[in-house]
Design a protein. Structure first.
Length: 132
């Protein structure tokens, strides 16, 4: 079961984890929109983004005690109505290109500061920038 919200697709697992960790849909979207760190997800072809909670400046350095992570994948947008699917001759330009959406797989809170792992390749970063 999937839930569609403002161009994002939330899986049941993501919704369960959001409830478990007390995260709202808006908070998850904010982490995706303005991450402090982007990494390759542990699942193939996924992206993981992080935003710290309650940043503080100590001796000129930003520190935090908790992080919010969101893992997502770029998913192709499916036509909303059967009429649009049947009428391929009059398809709009965006339908031909294949509009992409974010499918949010999971979201969680990490206690402490997580170690840095694999950064996202430049090619993927350019594609993500074009979606925003």
């Amino acid at each position: 079961m999937l839930r569609l919200a403002l161009g994002h697709i939330f899986t049941q697992h993501a919704l369960f984890k959001m409830q478990q960790y007390g995260l709202s849909e808006q908070r998850v979207r904010r982490v995706i929109r303005a991450p402090q760190r982007l990494e390759e997800g542990i699942v193939k072809n996924t992206i993981a983004v992080m935003q710290p909670v309650s940043e503080k400046r100590v001796d000129g350095k930003m520190v935090w005690k908790q992080e919010i992570w969101v893992m997502y994948i770029l998913a192709k947008h499916k036509a909303q109505s059967a009429k649009r699917e049947q009428n391929t001759n009059k398809a709009s330009k965006t339908d031909k290109i294949g509009l992409r959406q974010l499918k949010i797989i999971s979201a969680w809170r990490y206690p402490g500061v997580s170690p840095k792992r694999n950064p996202i390749p430049e090619e993927i970063l350019r594609e993500l920038a074009s979606l925003r």
